[in-house]
Design a protein around this ligand. Structure first.
Ligand code: HMG
Length: 384
């Protein structure tokens, strides 16, 4: 049987970083509430010339440079912070990367679940024709109102994945446990740049989706709980993954203390919530960690408010470590430019009306930038 999964993956983030210790000091909150209570240290914040397109293209660039575009006939772009109501953000990325015209390019949305929807659709395409490869890009900017409980869980980042037959990083196994329910836990109305959220409901909806997806996974012959070596969860903040593991342990009666490695938190603690990319940033961190994961099975839980959950598994391929890019993500995180609280609050307030031509200042050091608006159309350019 053809194995299909993640052949390569890369992560990009935004130009700026906000330290949660600064946010706590300004809000008069004990910094331990964010560091320990939420499990977050900092969040990435975009410069005015960055968005989901520039981060997504930056994440995909090293993959296209390494593998070329041959056989890539589909680009799936998952986001819930898209830049246009009609045109796929993927088409901007397609142009910026100089990909061939003989491709289908689509944007997918279901809150933070979109990245997994794209991955599973990609697997379907490759299973029909194993000579094809699919470029999946999950990219998001998480924004909440200033001074709201959600503010310390903001973030920004993108993960790009090449999905192919006989993958070199992680084979995705065929069984998935699914759960969908209509819940008003978190959403973003069309006229708002920030999400509306019922925090307590969002956490209980996440945990309900987890147990319901687990039951469906078990009913469809998925791996037993004792056959799963590690877990990686969607991480709106890393403490949520701890809550998820605890709930799964209670639900299955298994002692799961060893399976959630701190390693899955390393990038998310620094990025903040990257919505559709968050689970995949957790997987990237796990693979980049010190543990030898060859032939290990990872349980994966993807959740998108509203609400859809999917529980599935991946098996890490022998030799995966030769595909990784050692130091790439820590370097990108370290290169971010800190924002003081006043600068951050001023940037947070910036909104670009779409009916006024605009030239954005050159700030980002990323390979692509949002150059502005011309006749209501978004303009992007390569920086180097
Ligand atoms: P809050 O009300 O400010 O926080 O908002 P809290 O009072 O509940 O405290 C948070 C934790 O800090 C608690 O830990 C406190 O005990 C602890 P817990 O009891 O839950 O384990 N704490 C402290 N710890 C150490 N030292 C201290 C201290 N003080 C308190 N001094 C909330 C928290 C998550 C609700 C808020 O940040 C929020 O609304 N975030 C956005 C929504 C969210 O992330 N929901 C998660 C599930 S939904 C999801 O994952 C989907 C999503 O990614 C969107 C999508 O799908 O597109 C969000």
């Amino acid at each position: 049987m053809t194995t299909i999964g993640i052949d390569d993956m890369a992560l990009a983030t935004a130009h700026h970083v906000v330290d949660l210790a600064d946010l706590a000091a300004a809000a008069g909150v004990d910094p331990a509430k964010y560091r320990v209570g939420l499990g977050q240290d900092r969040f990435a914040f975009p410069a005015p010339d960055e968005d989901v397109v520039t981060m997504g293209a930056a994440a995909a660039l090293p993959i296209v440079e390494r593998h070329g575009a041959a056989g890539i006939r589909t680009l799936l772009f998952a986001t819930e912070s898209g830049v246009d109501q009609s045109k796929s953000a993927g088409l901007f990325v397609h142009g910026l990367l100089g990909l061939p015209p003989q491709m289908r390019v689509v944007e997918l949305k279901q809150a933070c679940y979109g990245g997994t929807a794209a991955l599973q659709a990609a697997i379907g395409i490759v299973s029909r024709n194993p000579s094809e490869r699919v470029l999946v890009v999950a990219s998001d900017v998480a924004r909440y109102e200033l001074d709201s409980p959600g503010e310390p869980t903001q973030g920004a980042g993108a993960v790009a994945m090449l999905v192919a037959a006989d993958p070199r990083l992680v084979e995705i196994e065929p069984v998935s446990g699914l759960s969908s329910a209509h819940v008003d836990d978190f959403w973003r109305p069309n006229d708002s740049s920030t999400a509306v959220v019922d925090g307590a409901l969002s956490m209980s909806a996440y945990l309900s989706a987890l147990t319901s997806a687990w039951d469906d996974f078990a009913a469809h012959g998925g791996a037993g709980i004792d056959e799963i070596d590690r877990f990686a969860f969607h991480q709106p903040f890393t403490k949520m993954a701890r809550k998820a593991l605890r709930r799964l342990a209670t639900h299955t009666g298994a002692a799961l203390d060893d399976v959630l490695q701190e390693a899955t938190f390393a990038y998310n603690r620094e990025l903040g919530n990257t919505y559709a990319a968050s689970l995949y940033a957790g997987i990237a961190a796990l693979l980049d960690g010190d543990d030898d994961l060859a032939d290990r099975r990872i349980g994966l839980f993807s959740y998108g408010s509203g609400a859809v959950g999917e529980l599935f598994t991946g098996v890490v391929r022998p030799g995966y470590d030769r595909v990784l890019r050692p130091g790439a993500v820590p370097d990108a995180l370290a290169a971010r430019v800190p924002l003081g609280l006043a600068e951050y609050r001023a940037l947070h307030a910036v909104q670009h009306p779409s009916d006024v031509d605009l030239t954005t200042p050159s700030v980002t050091k990323a390979p692509f930038r949002f150059a502005g608006l011309r006749g209501r159309a978004r303009q992007y350019e390569r920086t180097a």
